[in-house]
Write a protein of this length. Structure first.
Length: 163
């Protein structure tokens, strides 16, 4: 009989670019959990498949600057999000944000996952759109600037994610 993994399943999810850069700062946590990473697929991160193998999945990359195609990509993103959530069944969802993370956080909340949101380091005085959406459902909402505690009073100040 195969041995069951006792570590909780943790899903790390973010869009590509700076949000992914922040998420990858959490790499020391990956080996402590049964983890999976989800990000958008683009030319800057396709090499991650070599490092993370079956531990990484990609969602379609979409930009709102091309609104017509973005609508269809976002619909596909939602369906693929549902598929990936059912496949992974994470106990925790950790995210540094943006639009790829929003649907996963809400889906996870519906099915009992604990949501840990880390507001981006790039914002010191304003809320992000995804931060505003996820804040009400987050089990733990972490900010990287003390000034952000005024905007998110239930948040926890965690300091910079960059070490």
């Amino acid at each position: 009989m195969p041995k069951k993994n006792k570590e909780p399943k943790v899903l790390f999810i973010s869009s590509t670019g700076g949000h992914l850069s922040e998420l990858l700062q959490l790499k020391p946590l990956f080996k402590k959990y049964d983890y999976h990473i989800i990000t958008e697929k683009d030319k800057t991160n396709k090499n991650l498949k070599e490092e993370y193998k079956e531990k990484i999945s990609y969602l379609p990359y979409g930009t709102r600057s091309k609104l017509f195609t973005y609508i269809f990509k976002y619909l596909f993103l939602i369906f693929k999000t549902i598929f990936l959530y059912i496949k992974i069944r994470p106990k925790y969802i950790v995210t540094t944000g943006t639009h790829t993370a929003g649907p996963m956080c809400y889906l996870g909340k519906i099915f009992g996952s604990r949501i840990i949101y880390i507001e981006t380091y790039a914002n010191k005085n304003t809320k992000t759109a995804t931060g505003r959406l996820v804040y009400p459902i987050a089990d733990l909402f972490i900010v990287q600037w003390e000034e952000m505690l005024k905007l998110y009073p239930k948040a926890v100040y965690g300091g910079s994610i960059y070490k």
